[in-house]
Design a binder for this molecule. Sequence first.
Ligand SMILES: Cc1cc2nc3c(=O)[nH]c(=O)nc-3n(C[C@H](O)[C@H](O)[C@H](O)COP(=O)(O)OP(=O)(O)OC[C@H]3O[C@@H](n4cnc5c(N)ncnc54)[C@H](O)[C@@H]3O)c2cc1C
Length: 63
Amino acid sequence: MGGLKIDTKARVINKDGDVIKGLYAAGEVAGGIHAGNRLGGNSLADIFTFGKIAANTAFEENN
Ligand SMILES: Cc1cc2nc3c(=O)[nH]c(=O)nc-3n(C[C@H](O)[C@H](O)[C@H](O)COP(=O)(O)OP(=O)(O)OC[C@H]3O[C@@H](n4cnc5c(N)ncnc54)[C@H](O)[C@@H]3O)c2cc1C
């Protein structure tokens, strides 16, 4: 529970609030709107949604 901070495009944010270029995260490795814990059963919507967003962002920013 908890993990890397990401923005709405699944880009990882550093402790100063800046995007770490080229680093994307989704799923268990990322923190989420539920902070250090989450309601049971809410993981799968999160991982599929942000997994797709992360892939799209990585493609857009690297092509
Ligand atoms: C018993 C159990 C029941 C659950 N029930 C529910 C439920 O009912 N509803 C719900 O929403 N969530 C549920 N969850 C949580 C949900 O399954 C997880 O949050 C989700 O699967 C996490 O997906 P993920 O892709 O982030 O990580 P993972 O599914 O852990 O995928 C990470 C992948 O990365 C691979 N990997 C690791 N290290 C490396 C490496 N160095 N190089 C390459 N690959 C690597 C691993 O092999 C793995 O395949 C449950 C979890 C458990 C354990």
